[in-house]
Design a binder for this molecule. Sequence first.
Ligand SMILES: *Cc1c(COP(=O)(O)O)cnc(C)c1O
Length: 363
Amino acid sequence: MAGLSERVKACVRDDVARLAPYDPNFTPCKINLSANENTYGMPEEVRSAINDAIAATATNRYPDPMSNELRDLIAAWHGVARENVCVGNGGDELLFNFFLAFGGPGKRLIDCPPTFTVYDIYSKMLGTNVVRCWRDPDTFELDMDALLPLAASADMVIVTSPNNPTGNIISVADVERLCAACPGMVMIDEAYAEFADEGTSCESLLATCDNLIVLHTYSKAFCLAGVRVGYVLAAPDVIDVLGAVRQPYTADVFAQAAAEVVTKMREGFAPTIATIKSERERLAQALSAIDGVGVWPSQGNFLLVRLPQAGAVRVSLRDDRSILVRDFSQAPGLEDCLRITVGTPSENDELVAAIANILKEAQ
Ligand SMILES: *Cc1c(COP(=O)(O)O)cnc(C)c1O
C-alpha cells in the first residue's frame, strides 16, 4: 500500500506524516491461512443462538457504554469482579487505549520483537519512546536478563504470549518477576491463550500483581474476528483509566449480544480448539519433513516456518494455488519466514503438498 501523499503530509503533524496505513496484505484466496482466524467457523448451535439474540436486539437506543452484562459474564468466567474487566472493539482498540492512557511523549515502552507490529505502530502514533529488547535470534525466547533491568525504568512493558508470529510463551514466574521489576504497567497479550497448554496463562497473578494487564480477544479461538470484541483484565483503578480514555460506544449492541452468547456457550468451542491444537502438531511434523523447511514449536493456532526463497514461495502459493499465508520474510529477525495459520485437515494437506511441490520445482 502506498504511503501518504505529499499534499496530505504537508498538512499533518510530523509524527503523523511518518506513518503508513496498516496493510494486512490480503488477497481473496480459496484457502486463507493468513490472519490466524479460526478456520473451522462458528459451531452451528452457537451461530443459531447468536442469530436469535441479534433478532431480539433493538438498535434505536445507544448500547450500554461499559457492556456491563458482558463484563459480568467475563468476570464470572475468569473468577474476577466486573470492576476488573474492560470490553473493547477488538483487542486492537484496547491496545490503542493502553497506549493512549499510559504512553505518549516522555513515556517509555519496552517491546520484545519479533512480535505483533501493532504495538510499534500505536507507540509511533502516540509519540511513545520504544526500547526494543530483542528475542533470541534462533529460538525467539525472551532475554529475561536484558528485559528485567529495562523494565525497571519503563512506563510500559508489553509481552505477547503465545507470541505472534513466533509461538513462544512467557512463563508465569517470569511475568511475576517482570511485574515486580517494572514501576509502570505490564501488558501480557494473550490473544492466543486458548490454544496454549493448560496453566500457561498469567491470569492467576492478577490477584497479587496490581500493575498487570491481561488482554484477551474473541477474534481467534471464538470465531468473532468479524464482529470486533476483546477485553482486558486488570486492577480496578487500571480499568478506570482505560474507561476514561475510551470512546463510550465502541462495543455496539450486536457485538455485545454476540459476545454474550459466545461466553455462555464457550464450551461449544472446545472440540474445534482441541482439533486445531492436534492439527498444529500434525502440520508441524509434515512441514518439517520437507527438505529445507524449518518449523518452530508453537503454542498458538499458527506456525512460523523458515524455507528457501520464502517470499517467492508465498507468491506462488497465492497466485498458482490460491493459498494465502503471511509473509514475514522482510521483517527484521524473520528472514525467509512465513506464518501459517493452522487450517482444517484438508487445507493443511493441500498446503503441505503445495509447498513440497514448489520447493521441488525450484531445485
Ligand atoms: C489478533 C491479535 C490481537 C487482537 O485482535 P483483535 O481482532 O483486535 O481482537 C491482539 N494481539 C495479537 C498478538 C493478535 O495476534
